[in-house]
Design a protein around this ligand. Structure first.
Ligand code: BEZ
Ligand code: FE
Length: 277
C-alpha cells in the first residue's frame, strides 16, 4: 500500500477495517470514513481549516467535566441528538413523542407525593401540573416512575446554581391506580443553552441564537412499556419555531393555562408504547 493519493485513500482506509471482528463497528467506521472523506473533498478542506477544526474539537473536549458535557451540546446544536432520538423512537400513532434528553437530568432526584411542591424553593410563578400515564388502548398505567425536571424563572436548572446543595425544580413521582399524578411547581421559562464554551462560539459565528422554548422535562418508566423521554413545551413561547436543539414536536406543545388566582395549570396525557418483546 504505497503512493496512496486523494482518489485512492478512502478505499485504503475502508480496507484497513477488513480485520474488524464486529460487523456493526466495521459498518459504522466504513460509513463514517467515507462520509468524512466525501465532506473534505466536497468543500476542498484546507489544512488551515482542518487545524481550526481540530482546535475546536480539542476545546470541546477540554470544556467537559463531571457537570458539563460540551460534546452532547455540540451534538444537540447540530441536530444529531434529535435525529438519533427521532430514528429510534418511531412509535405508533397515538403514543407520546420523544425528544432530546438534554444535559440537566440528575439521577436520584427526591421522591415526592401527589400534590407536593417540586419547585422546593426555586424562583418562579406558581403552577400546578396534572398528568396521566396510559397505554395505547387507553388503559391507565399505575406505578409508573415519573422524573420531572425544569428551569426556574431565571432560565436556570438547579445544577447551574453554584453552591446550591439541594434539588430544586426536579423530582420523582409515581402514577396512581388511575394512571394519574399531580404536583405543584413553578412555570418553566425559556432559556439559552450554555454559550460559555466552543459551542457558544460556533452559534455566534454561524449567526444562530442559543434559546430553547420553555419546557418541562419528563422521563417515564413503567413495567411492560417502552421508556419515554420527552418534554412538554409551553404554547405561545417565542422560540417554539427556532429551538436551538431542534427538539419541538407540535404534539408536545400545551397550554399553561392562567388561573383566576394568578397561578398556572398544565394538564397533559402521556401515552406509552408497549415494550417490544
Ligand atoms: C435541555 O432541555 O435541558 C437541553 C437540551 C439540549 C441542550 C441543552 C439543554
Ligand atoms: Fe431543558
Amino acid at each position: 500500500m504505497r503512493n496512496i493519493d486523494q482518489h485512492s485513500i478512502t478505499a485504503a482506509v475502508v480496507d484497513s477495517f477488513d480485520g474488524c471482528d464486529s460487523p456493526r463497528l466495521k459498518q459504522l467506521m466504513t460509513s463514517l470514513v467515507t462520509h468524512l472523506h466525501d465532506f473534505a473533498r466536497e468543500v476542498k478542506l484546507t489544512e488551515a481549516e482542518w487545524a481550526q477544526g481540530i482546535a475546536f474539537l480539542t476545546a470541546t473536549g477540554q470544556k467537559c467535566d463531571d457537570k458539563r458535557q460540551e460534546f452532547i451540546l455540540l451534538s444537540d446544536v447540530l441536530g444529531l441528538s434529535m435525529l438519533t432520538v427521532a430514528m429510534n423512537n418511531d412509535k405508533p400513532a397515538g403514543c407520546t413523542e420523544a425528544t432530546v434528553f438534554g444535559p440537566f437530568f440528575v439521577e436520584g432526584a427526591p421522591h415526592y407525593a401527589h400534590g407536593d411542591d417540586v419547585a422546593n424553593g426555586a424562583a418562579g410563578e406558581p403552577c400546578e401540573v396534572r398528568g396521566t400515564v396510559r397505554g395505547l388502548r387507553g388503559e391507565p398505567i399505575a406505578d409508573a416512575v415519573i422524573d420531572v425536571w425544569q428551569a426556574d424563572a431565571g432560565g436556570h436548572y438547579d445544577v447551574q446554581h453554584a453552591g446550591l446543595d439541594h434539588a430544586q425544580g426536579r423530582g420523582v413521582l409515581r402514577s396512581g391506580p388511575d394512571g394519574g399524578f399531580h404536583f405543584r411547581t413553578i412555570v418553566a421559562e425559556a432559556y439559552p443553552i450554555p454559550t460559555d464554551g466552543p459551542v457558544g462560539v460556533l452559534l455566534e459565528a454561524t449567526g444562530r441564537h442559543p434559546w430553547r422554548p420553555a419546557h418541562l422535562h419528563f422521563k417515564i418508566e413503567a413495567a411492560g412499556y417502552e421508556p419515554l423521554i420527552t418534554h412538554v413545551f409551553r404554547d405561545g413561547d417565542t422560540w417554539l419555531d427556532s429551538d436551538a436543539v431542534f427538539g419541538v414536536r407540535q404534539s408536545l406543545v400545551a397550554e399553561w393555562a392562567a388561573q383566576a388566582d394568578g397561578t398556572h395549570r398544565l394538564d397533559f396525557g402521556f401515552v406509552l408504547n408497549p415494550a417490544r418483546r
